[in-house]
Design a protein around this ligand. Structure first.
Ligand code: CA
Length: 220
């Protein structure tokens, strides 16, 4: 199992990352300042670190520089504010493997994490099956029975969360935060629009509306 260190002082983002990563089979530890981030990363029990730049005590750049000076090879994905991407790119010379600008969706983060971990250490599941629906997580292709179905990135992410929770009611808020990210307008109807797209592509009866609650993937 992959162990991920999350260095993020904003509680809402830390718990968004933690929940999502745990839901995908990773073990997580959260630290909220730069000194702890450095200590934990240096202890070497983690396969990857997600490192916020704006951390108290010691910022993300300093943490990263110190780790690389000590030849710590842990893969690091930097989180940064959208308006300081230029600084961040400069900071990558300090030894980060990748960065994400906030706000980001969980889908984007997960793709980066999987990319940065060595392939043989990525969690095993590669095909999710619910009834005659199959999602291949490596090729990002969907199949209904014998037929292959083209899904956009967002459609695939939405289909994936349904397949990971078959027969469970998922609220719009859960779907929004998983597929579109934590900063998406909660009043948006984008979930309903994408559920309609999925019904059109995967079959009308597959995703059921649960009035006042959300949506459920039916298990046939
Ligand atoms: Ca911060």
């Amino acid at each position: 199992m992959n162990r991920i260190l999350i260095a993020e002082d904003e509680g809402r983002i830390a718990s968004f990352l933690e929940k999502g990563l745990r839901g995908n089979g990773f073990t997580t530890t959260v630290v909220a300042d730069g000194v702890a981030a450095y200590e934990y990363a240096r202890a070497g029990r983690f396969d990857l670190m997600i490192l916020d730049i704006g951390l108290p005590l010691s910022d993300g750049f300093t943490v990263l520089r110190r780790l690389r000076q000590e030849m710590a090879t842990i893969p690091v994905i930097i989180l940064t504010a959208r308006d300081s991407v230029a600084d961040t790119v400069a900071g990558l010379e300090g030894g980060a493997d990748d960065y994400l600008a906030k706000p980001f969706s969980f889908e984007e983060l997960l793709a980066r994490v999987r990319l940065r971990l060595r392939p043989e250490r990525v969690p095993e599941t590669t095909v999710l099956r619910v009834g005659d629906l199959a999602l291949d997580l490596r090729t990002r292709r969907a199949h209904v029975g014998e037929h292959s179905v083209d899904l956009s990135t967002r459609e695939f992410a939405l289909a994936e969360i349904f397949c990971r929770h078959p027969d469970q009611v998922l609220t719009r808020q859960q779907l929004l935060s998983h597929v579109w990210g934590f900063d998406f307008d909660p009043g948006s109807n984008v979930v309903d629009v994408y559920v309609r797209y999925l019904r059109r592509k995967l079959g009308n009866q597959r995703i059921e509306t649960v009035r006042g609650s959300g949506y459920r993937l039916r298990v046939r």
